[in-house]
Design a protein around this ligand. Structure first.
Ligand code: SAH
Length: 279
């Protein structure tokens, strides 16, 4: 395989690289991420990192789990940052691998701040966030000229594990035609109620994308009002992205993974939806 000609950085001992792996499919790793894995002495990885990616680690590289999953006993954030600093001070090349993008709902900012405070040098490698890559693999464009000029990424879970109070759900409902929700399964009922109360249509298209970009990815299409029923009926488990908005209807025409599995795609469905909405 050829790479574009670019200077790939050397991983110096004592540095921490905060690297996003993307949502799961190893093919969505960046060249910088692969370069980082190839040089790492220690990899400290999160629960959402696909184990297949860890197999790229060089011989002798130590692999440590530092996952955090909502509601389950897991490493404390303070312990994780402490470990990163400790390893860096031992002059290791410390690779902090995170699912998706490290700076989107991934606490990468907090970890980087702790490194700055400790005087540890670091690099950040962005990754494809689940709310971007997951939608693409579901055949749902984040934006489409005819439906939305805005998109909102929102978390359904705050630091205390509750529906985030700091989110003005009414403003999101009124201002953003497409809403992409991370960590929203636990409180989906409360969130759906807030969106409906703020005036979103009950029959508005919605989709739930589980295990996005992985071989066991599943996508369920529904409506905003039926979302809680669908989550219960399908016993949907995290990780999942919930998306609300008219772009979901484009999946009838753009489900390219479905197409590979025999689904016939048609632009007519999308045209019909558009006519219904505009007419
Ligand atoms: N930094 C990550 C997000 C971490 S928060 C990113 O940029 O993607 C964890 C949440 O991300 C999960 O609860 C889920 O909502 C979403 N997520 C991450 N990977 C996912 C996947 N493969 N499929 C569906 N959702 C995923």
């Amino acid at each position: 395989m050829k790479w574009p000609k670019c200077e790939l950085p050397m991983f110096e001992p004592g540095w921490v690289w905060l690297v996003g792996t993307g949502p799961g499919d190893p093919g969505l790793l960046t060249v910088h991420a692969v370069n980082a894995i190839n040089q790492a002495d220690v990899i400290v990885f999160d629960a959402l990192v696909n184990p297949a990616i860890l197999e790229l680690a060089p011989a002798g590289c130590v692999i440590e789990y530092a996952g955090k999953r909502g509601g389950k006993p897991s490493a404390k954030q303070r312990d994780i940052t402490f470990r990163l600093i400790e390893l860096a001070r031992k002059k290791k090349r410390v690779l902090r691998l995170k699912g998706g993008d490290p700076f989107i709902f991934g606490r990468g900012g907090e970890e980087a701040l702790a490194l700055v405070e400790a005087g540890i040098r670091f690099r950040v490698v962005p990754g494809i966030s689940a709310g971007v890559g997951g939608l693409a693999y579901a055949g749902i464009p984040l934006t489409h000229r005819d439906t939305n000029q805005t998109v909102t990424f929102v978390t359904g879970h705050d630091a205390r594990g509750l529906v985030p109070n700091a989110v003005d759900w009414s403003a999101v409902a009124k201002g953003s035609p497409v809403i992409v929700m991370y960590m929203a399964l636990k409180h989906h009922e409360a969130i759906v109620s807030k969106l409906l109360a703020a005036g979103r249509r009950p029959d508005e298209p919605a989709a739930i994308i589980c295990n996005a970009t992985l071989s066991d990815q599943s996508v369920v299409e529904t409506t905003l009002a039926s979302l809680p029923l669908v989550v219960a009926e399908n016993a949907i488990q995290p990780p999942a992205i919930i998306v609300v908005g008219a772009v979901v209807e484009l999946r009838a025409a753009l489900d390219w993974i479905g197409m590979m599995n025999g689904r016939s795609l048609t632009v007519d469905t999308w045209d019909m939806c558009r006519q219904r909405e505009t007419g």
